[in-house]
Design a protein around this ligand. Sequence first.
Ligand code: GDP
Ligand code: GDP
Length: 434
Amino acid sequence: MSNIVAIVGRPNVGKSTLFNRLTETRQAIVDDMSGVTRDRHYGKAEWIGREFTVIDTGGYVAHSEDVFETAIREQVIIAIEEATVILFMVDVTTGVTDLEDDVANILRRSKKPVFVVANKVDSNKLNYESSTFYSLGLGDIYDISAMTGSGTGDLLDAVVDKFNPDIEDESSKLPKFTIVGRPNVGKSSIINAFLGNDRNIVTPIAGTTRDSIHIHYKQFGHEFMLIDTAGLRKKTKVKENIEFYSVMRTIKAIEEADVCILMLDATQGIESQDINIFHLAERNRKGIVILVNKWDLIEKDHTTTKKFEAAIREKTAPYTDVPIIFTSVPDKQRIFKAIEVAQEVYNNRSKKIPTSKLNDVMLDVIAHYPPPSIKGKHIKIKYVTQFPGAAPSFAFFCNLPQYIKEPYRRYIENQMREHFDFSGVPIAIHFRQK
Ligand code: GDP
Ligand code: GDP
């Protein structure tokens, strides 16, 4: 889960410059998600150890503008609905425009914290100019230069102060599952099937934003939170915004979940959009289960399952141990199995391997096949330990970590997977200087 900071403002005030500055050290999480490929509009950022998501709303909406004002208003609405904190960016070299007065009116009525960010304050003499933005009636003005970064520290200090700590804390200790996938694969149907028996739902808990619902579910010895965003798609006339919202929902759901149940439509096979979602989950180091749904619509012989599996494995390589389950919602075929397997993947992801066992097994593996010497230098791995944290992450301490190359890292990962069950779970392997 993550707090969201949205940047709104007219074109050319410097939104994308600030966005890039805030996210530059972090990998963009959606750079290749379809629908938002033209630019990066989401990114992960961090300030004093607090992670958050930044959205450049303008970067997206401005592209689809017909009417300039409408486009800006769309941005503001998105920001008000989705963000924890809104940065209203203005340009100190141009002053207040009518449009900005309008935007300020909307923002004043919203209940979200808004910061007026006066950009392009590249020198002290422009500080004076920025006081004109007090007329927007939105409180303090934060002078920054997105270009040089000056002033951004003070701004971020104030911004993280407004974060909702509940979003950051792992508030619930229950496993959190989410069902993700393209439209029409059957996400709502399966959620309804799970929830068919009302007694299974302990409490529907409103999410941290009104757009995700956490359903506390309990049945057959399984207790988990289901993060449901599927039923909340916006009705909007702008086609691109449907994609925008659905990508955003997917990202949020993945960030909030421990295990992502990626649903495919058997009649369509696995497509690039599915792979994008897969990688989004994988890069966020979430557990993954693949459901091939609508299995009832497929004509089958004894090779069909194998063929489907092979096709999926090929597309998701090098991940070979992600569970794949063939489901049909109307036939209730294996839908509870999906939950069982998600629970197993959750257990794999939360697994802590005792250091002694880890060393016994892995040092032996390494002794049989040590890292190849480079430039006559022997690389000795002496000690292995698991880092604390939600997702499995391991440190292999050695004399010359910089000489260990990707093929050996992969070998170690494969051996880890062979000896300890991590199916469905991305694991991180680090080589560190002892
Ligand atoms: P956006 O349309 O709001 O995303 O604005 P951009 O980030 O694309 O910036 C518009 C222009 O303003 C670009 O030419 C930037 O280089 C410039 N710019 C952005 N931030 C600053 C700044 O802090 N100082 C100055 N002088 N120019 C800036
Ligand atoms: P969502 O957009 O992913 O939430 O998909 P829906 O749950 O709305 O399902 C889209 C359509 O597929 C609906 O008409 C469902 O009745 C149908 N559907 C869902 N699961 C199955 C399935 O397993 N088999 C068949 N034959 N149809 C399904």
